[in-house]
Design a protein around this ligand. Structure first.
Ligand code: IPE
Ligand code: IPE
Ligand code: MG
Length: 253
């Protein structure tokens, strides 16, 4: 499916965001505040994922993308990285049947070659088992980096079309966008970052060009349907102009 790019054309928008992308941040601080190990925050974070998947499904969101592990998160202490990997494995093993029952298709994006063979196998298996689901596409970004994605897309474009190296002027937006790891989804309508920081941290840097950016102090383990509704209400008040004027959008105003 080809998706409208926000810079090549004006995408269709609706009251409910079609694609929601979330940086799930604040697990560690949630735990530290309670004198618990950071790992407790990550465990609680998985429960928030379940709530949010369900809430998005019920509200008619078609694509939900969650940033679970960035290409820079390897810089964390080895023990925390290993806990996060274990949690990833356990969750994949446990949740796939539930996802199928909810009509959720699971996709994982990122440089998966860095994961051990068992995890890579589980990922492939989970993707295959949910392949036929169409209600909601849940994408987990794992060992993902926006710069990695743009670079791998450029490399793939040059591999597929070597003549582009001799005619760089023919290297256009669609040559690159079609090879991004989330080329199957439209660009996010709504971006949410929990945990109080106001930064992108190398998430979907190409696709966020015209996304509405919502930041909340709520730590990820505390995030649920009510917080999601607040973000949706805020989203509904935005005027998405894509470069045009207000007058063009509402000539009578
Ligand atoms: C987000 O929570 C989860 C991951 C990055 C894996 P953090 O672990 O970043 O929590 P804080 O930001 O330290 O509170
Ligand atoms: C971003 O959170 C990555 C994920 C939530 C997976 P970080 O906690 O790693 O981001 P920084 O380091 O505060 O920017
Ligand atoms: Mg963080």
């Amino acid at each position: 499916m080809t998706q409208t790019s926000s810079t090549l054309g004006i995408p269709q928008t609706g009251q409910v965001p079609c694609h929601v992308a979330i940086i799930m941040d604040g697990n560690g601080r949630w735990a530290t505040q309670r004198y618990l190990p950071r790992s407790a925050g990550h465990v609680r974070g998985v429960q928030a994922v379940r709530r949010v998947v369900e809430a998005c499904g019920r509200r008619g969101v078609q694509y939900l993308t969650l940033f679970a592990f960035s290409s820079e998160n390897w810089r964390r202490p080895a023990q925390e990285v290993s806990l996060l990997m274990q949690l990833f494995v356990r969750t994949l093993e446990k949740e796939v049947d539930k996802l199928v029952a909810q009509g959720v298709r699971l996709r994982i994006v990122g440089d998966l070659s860095a994961f051990d063979a068992k995890l890579q196998g589980l990922i492939r298996d989970a993707e295959r088992r949910t392949e036929g689901q169409t209600a909601l596409t849940l994408t987990i970004a794992a060992n993902y980096g926006g710069r990695w994605d743009i670079l791998q897309a450029a490399q793939a474009a040059l591999r597929d079309r070597p003549e582009l190296a001799r005619h760089p002027e023919q290297f256009d937006e669609s040559a690159l966008a079609a090879r991004l790891s989330m080329a199957y989804a439209p660009e996010p309508d709504l971006f949410i970052r929990t945990g109080g920081e106001q930064r992108i941290s190398n998430f979907l840097i190409w696709q966020l060009a015209y996304t509405e950016l919502y930041f909340t102090d709520c730590y990820w383990p505390d995030f649920g349907a009510a917080e999601m509704d607040q973000a949706f209400a805020w989203y509904q008040d935005r005027e998405r102009r894509f470069g045009r004027t207000s007058q063009q959008l509402r000539p009578s105003a």
